[in-house]
Design a protein around this ligand. Structure first.
Ligand code: NAD
Ligand code: DAU
Length: 351
């Protein structure tokens, strides 16, 4: 298949592209604006493949999207391009509305025009796969899980913009017949994760001898999924999922934030012991994120039963692999720290 991946230079997009080029016969076009979060070095291992190509463009640019569709002629559009960081959405929501909502509208509208002109077989086989988040469902108490039928209740500018984009995608499926798929996934982690997110930020700040900021009292819960398991799920959905359906994807690995931070500290104590003391000594509780959702947890039974997907990597295996990757790939993250973002606190606009 020919797969156009928007946001393919980001964390999850690059994991998907590496998987498709290295483990399948599919051809891939990455369509990415290369914002602060787009990192071309994450695609270095596939850059020489003749089944990989790249175009730098904005999903809000209808002409650029149309040109890419007409020239590449995809069987699948895997739409991952987005502004993805909750804290940045608190400081500057405008980019989130623009890229996540307007950009998704442009992708849908241009794809619809392209799809309508395909022959009947190609039309039936085509898929527009929208990659979304569990944050659209809001926040859970101590019990319960998000299912595909949980009502939407987004609570941050980021999750509200993703919820809006999910609704647009379903509307284009329902109204125009575009064969759409939506996946809502829990927190990913793994190699090539941008240092603004909790896990890479803690690893890097620990190694740099800096305070490890835990928001609030550290009791917020996230359901962690190793990024390569997400990439496998995405492939299963666009290859074998039923158009019009939504699939929740999750790692069945709920952890309190403080547990995640202490797990990273213990691995570092073993792999890169400090001269004096332990990494956990650097933990510092800081002002909470405004509107901080308490708990996310995914019920992934539908994708397990319908598409035979389960996570292959446990949290303990994945976090060990991730810490080891950051130790071995300092040049990847040091370039980002030097030029783009140096792990300072975000998302406390107005105090
Ligand atoms: P990321 O921030 O690492 O990467 C986003 C990519 O999109 C970057 O390469 C960036 O350059 C590109 N991009 C941004 N705006 C663009 C625009 N206007 N035009 C073209 N390209 C643009 O994000 P990620 O963590 O890899 O997330 C990818 C997708 O998965 C997002 O849609 C996100 O909402 C969703 N998601 C993420 C997680 C997670 O834990 N990271 C979980 C569930 C769903
Ligand atoms: O649930 C899926 C979502 O997971 C994705 O849709 C988002 O794109 C992705 O960024 C992620 O959102 P979170 O807000 O959960 O991820 P983040 O890494 O920013 O934070 C994880 C938890 O850790 C959250 O409860 C806030 C907390 N945190 C975060 C940072 C950056 C801290 O305690 N300290 C920090 O320094």
């Amino acid at each position: 298949m020919r797969i156009l991946v928007t946001g393919g230079a980001g964390f999850i997009g690059s994991a998907l592209v590496r998987r498709l080029v290295e483990h399948t016969a599919h051809e891939v076009l990455v369509f990415d604006k290369l914002t602060y979060a787009g990192v071309l070095s994450s695609l270095e291992s596939v850059a020489a493949s003749n089944r990989y190509s790249f175009v730098q463009a904005d999903i809000c640019d209808a002409d650029a999207v149309s040109k890419a569709l007409q020239e590449f002629r995809p069987d699948v559009v895997a739409h991952l391009a987005a502004e993805s960081h909750v804290d940045r959405s608190i400081d500057g929501p405008g980019d989130f509305i623009q890229t996540n909502m307007v950009g998704t509208f442009v992708m849908l509208n241009q794809t619809l025009g392209y799809w309508r002109a395909l022959n009947e077989d190609a039309k039936a086989a085509f898929r527009f796969h929208h990659i979304s988040t569990d944050e659209v469902f809001g926040s859970l108490g101590e019990d319960g899980f998000f299912t595909e039928t949980t009502p939407y209740d987004p609570r941050s500018p980021y999750s509200a913009s993703k919820a809006g984009s999910d609704h647009l995608v379903r509307a284009w499926g329902h109204t125009y017949g575009l064969p759409v798929l939506v996946t809502n996934c829990s927190n990913n982690y793994g190699p090539y994760h941008f240092p603004e997110k909790l896990i890479p930020l803690i690893i890097i700040r620990a190694l740099n001898g800096e305070p490890l900021p835990v928001y609030g009292d550290g009791s917020n819960v996230r359901d962690w999924l190793f990024v390569d398991d997400h990439a496998r799920a995405l492939q299963a959905v666009f290859e074998t999922g039923t158009p019009g359906e939504t699939y929740n994807v999750g790692g069945n690995a709920e952890r309190k934030n403080i547990e995640v931070v202490t797990a990273i500290c213990s691995i570092l104590d073993r792999l890169r012991p400090k001269d004096e003391g332990q990494y956990a000594d650097q933990i510092t509780y800081v002002t909470d994120r405004p509107g901080h959702d308490h708990r996310y947890a995914i019920d992934a039974s539908k994708i397990r039963s319908d598409l035979d997907w389960t996570p292959a990597v446990t949290f303990e295996q994945g976090i060990e692999q991730t810490v080891a990757w950051y130790l071995e790939n300092q040049s990847w993250w040091q370039d980002i720290l030097d030029a783009r973002y140096s792990t300072q606190r975000l998302g406390v606009a107005n105090g």
